[in-house]
Design a protein around this ligand. Sequence first.
Ligand SMILES: [Ca+2]
Ligand SMILES: [Ca+2]
Length: 385
Amino acid sequence: MRQITLLIILLLCLPVSYALVCGQSITESTVLTEDLYCGQTNGVVIAANNVILDCNGHRVSTEFHFEKIGIYSYNSENVTIINCVVNGSKTGIKIGDSLPLFKEDRQYEYPSNSKIINNTVHDTDFGIKIKEGQNNTIANNTIWNTIISAIDTVQAGNLNITNNRIYSRGEPLSIGSSGDLIIKDNNIEGWKVGATDNMISGANSFHFIGNSVKNVDCLFLDEVPDAIIVNNTFLFIDDLGTCIYLGVGCDNALIHNNIFYTNYGGVWGIDIAVNNNANVSNNNLTGMSRGVMVIHSTNTIEHNNFWISTIKAGEDPGQSTWKNNYYMAYDQPQEGCDDANSNGICDDPYHLYGGSNYDNTPYNTPSGWLKIKHYHLERFEDTHE
Ligand SMILES: [Ca+2]
Ligand SMILES: [Ca+2]
């Protein structure tokens, strides 16, 4: 009897598989069995907690630009949306709303713990939108040809955006007022540099790690203190703008081990503007005429390779610390870099553009600091054989 009861409970927990009609609200986990072509109505509305919507590769299609939503989880918690193909509509997939949940304990809360995984969203104004939800995950999705933004969040605390492929004609990322924000291992492509940014504003903590960013003004941060920007590749082609711009309230940034590449000379690689205590280290900046700008701020710029042919590898009126960098425009005797004592460091300092600041230890070969370490290690090993 107990086994039969368990079996019945198990069967009740399994998702139902049946053909939905457009605009239908679901309150239990559901597997889609056919495509939905919905014209000018919403596609699927999720109206209960703990629902899994598995489209099983099926399409939810509504009219392009029309003020509707492909898949809408309205004020529900712990919702999972997987394996859906969504096109058309104003917004492809939306979580949350401005109306808070009214919990049993009479505390207002917002919909949380949603997972949007392994979906394809395309040809919408907004791709995936989260409004006032907490602890949500957007992972392994493909989002392309979005007109306004691919991932758009407002007041979405503790958000994890991982391993998505994004191509947006508008802003790839538009993230406002997040708690802890992790953006990791995504492939993010814009339509045109100078036209759109990846815009991040008001995060408590921000980890931008291992992403590939192309054809968009790479990162525009506003009120994002303690940002960690590590191990990314930024390709910004034909641009007149800035790759990473730190606006107000962005102290203590770590910008480390990134590749910046452009083919066009009119750009800033990193503009730190008015912020303090940034550490810009071990980056490769190639092709732009202007590498790092720090104005009226106290930061440390070290162990970077500036593959920049002009004198504006670094611009600093005077407050920041520049040390142990490589400057392509200052690595040979005819450029003023002599190395009479053969220690791999130019004997005279490198004069930074825009004031009277210097890098007192400019290396004369790319990543020369690593070679010096190897040299000493080899010497050590030689003498201890
Ligand atoms: Ca040179
Ligand atoms: Ca020297």
